[in-house]
Ligand binder design. Structure first.
Ligand code: HEM
Ligand SMILES: *[C@@H]1O[C@H](CO)[C@@H](O)[C@H](O)[C@H]1NC(C)=O
Ligand SMILES: *[C@@H]1O[C@H](CO)[C@@H](O)[C@H](O)[C@H]1NC(C)=O
Ligand SMILES: *[C@@H]1O[C@H](CO)[C@@H](O)[C@H](O)[C@H]1NC(C)=O
Ligand SMILES: *[C@@H]1O[C@H](CO)[C@@H](O)[C@H](O)[C@H]1NC(C)=O
Ligand SMILES: *[C@@H]1O[C@H](CO)[C@@H](O)[C@H](O)[C@H]1NC(C)=O
Ligand SMILES: *[C@@H]1O[C@H](CO)[C@@H](O)[C@H](O)[C@H]1NC(C)=O
Length: 326
């Protein structure tokens, strides 16, 4: 094959473009440096006071960001209220009576509108709030590329298609892959379940007649006993009772979630399923032994998740109120 100088130029030029460390198109670590210099301080203080009032809020804010990014990309669609004309995502099955933290985001946005009106997107607020929440719960800290813009539509049907604790690992992995994430991201981001709570109905199928009339054999006997007493078999009223996703340190962002999985003490079937596959199990064991490996990889996977389908430039808008389009 003959190499003319032009093809050499193109190979070199585009080769360098591909190598340049851009996280995703047009997001920028210093996006608000001149337009809202106190942004981080404002978000941090609001998240801190929300968690000081309710430790679970760290978990709830982290999950809200996940539920935003997996539906229409990270565009704050999860924050839109239903209107007469259009349905939002708040009443989709995975969110209804489950997603929390909307008021905290409202408070942050109100404070930001005072300091720098019509400047910071609700999608960036969600991303920053999740980062602060993880850090304040004892986890890692990472720099967040900014400049997302807010969507003008929501998708109830896509929200109903969020990863479910009732589906097998292959299905969950396929949903991550369809968003540009991979199986490592599944294992790493599932580590978010080191904080927060789940309602009985999300894991109750494991507790009584799971297979052959017996409970799930991959559920530790003593945890099983505890869960059976929180979620009695014939008591539908208990379906909304809460159990910690990490029964050992439910408010601390650490790697004990993975140690629990190694010990058959994952709460959701989808958590424990990470031990049922050789590839994911070896990653789980790795993270159970090396907390700093988990912290590092969690930060990297969060940046990846936070870049799913982002609107930048002139796309979308900067909402004034996170609950409604302008
Ligand atoms: C891998 C697939 C996932 C499944 C099947 C799943 C499923 C669930 C379920 C069923 C709950 C309990 C909800 C309730 O009972 O109301 C929950 C809670 C939670 N999830 Fe996930 N999740 C997944 C991935 C993630 C990811 C990627 C994150 C964040 C990076 C995350 C963060 C959380 C947090 C922090 C909570 C606790 C929320 C609170 O206490 O308010 N999850 N998840
Ligand atoms: C940032 O906050 C400080 C107080 O913490 C305040 O003095 C300053 O005016 C604020 N800057 C802007 C640009 O809002
Ligand atoms: C504090 O948390 C409780 C729930 O635990 C909530 O009902 C209340 O609104 C919160 N208060 C403030 C000031 O955030
Ligand atoms: C998993 O995905 C397959 C293929 O898309 C689908 O047929 C099946 O119903 C899914 N299983 C569950 C439990 O959602
Ligand atoms: C896991 O099991 C081992 C041995 O049974 C025990 O020493 C350890 O404390 C358990 N870890 C957790 C997180 O429960
Ligand atoms: C997974 O590991 C088990 C032993 O733990 C082994 O028997 C099996 O062949 C392995 N499967 C694959 C696909 O590597
Ligand atoms: C375990 O972690 C090391 C880095 O400390 C990495 O090189 C290795 O690939 C990891 N193994 C798995 C199965 O994730």
């Amino acid at each position: 094959m003959d190499q003319n100088p032009h093809s050499l130029f193109f190979v070199t030029f585009f080769g360098l473009l591909l190598l340049s460390p851009r996280v995703s198109c047009q997001l920028d670590y210093k996006f608000y440096a001149s337009t809202c210099p106190n942004l981080t301080k404002i978000v941090r203080y609001s998240v801190w006071s929300a968690i000081a009032n309710d430790t679970r809020m760290a978990a709830s804010l982290l999950r809200l960001h996940f539920h935003d990014c997996f539906v229409n990309g990270c565009d704050a669609s999860v924050l839109l209220d239903d209107t007469g004309a259009t349905k939002g995502e708040k009443n989709a099955f995975p969110n209804k009576n489950s997603a929390r933290g909307y008021e905290v985001i409202d408070t942050i946005k109100t404070n930001l509108e005072k300091a720098c009106p019509s400047t910071v997107s609700c999608a960036d607020v969600l991303t920053l709030a999740a980062r602060e929440a993880v850090f304040l719960a004892g986890g890692s800290y990472w720099d967040v590329p900014l400049g997302r813009r807010d969507g003008t539509t929501a998708s109830e049907s896509e929200a109903n298609n969020l990863p479910s604790p009732f589906e097998p690992l292959e299905n969950i992995t396929a949903k991550f892959t369809s968003k540009g994430l991979d199986v490592k991201d599944v294992v790493v981001l599932s580590g978010a379940h080191t904080i927060g709570f789940a309602q009985c109905f999300t894991f109750k199928s494991r507790l009584f007649k799971f297979a052959d009339g017996k409970p799930d054999p991959t559920l530790d006997a003593s945890l099983l006993q505890t869960l059976q007493s929180t979620c009695p078999e014939d008591d539908a009223d208990s379906d909304t009772k809460l159990s910690p996703l990490d029964s050992v340190t439910s408010t601390k962002f650490d790697n004990i979630y993975y140690k629990n999985l190694v010990n058959n003490s994952g709460l959701l079937k989808s958590d424990q399923a990470l031990m049922g596959d050789n590839k994911t199990a070896s990653m789980v064991i790795n993270y159970s032994k090396f907390p700093y490996l988990f912290y590092r990889d969690f930060a990297a996977s969060m940046v990846k998740m936070a870049s799913i389908g982002v609107l930048t430039g002139q796309s979308g808008e900067i909402r004034k109120n996170c609950r409604v389009v302008n």
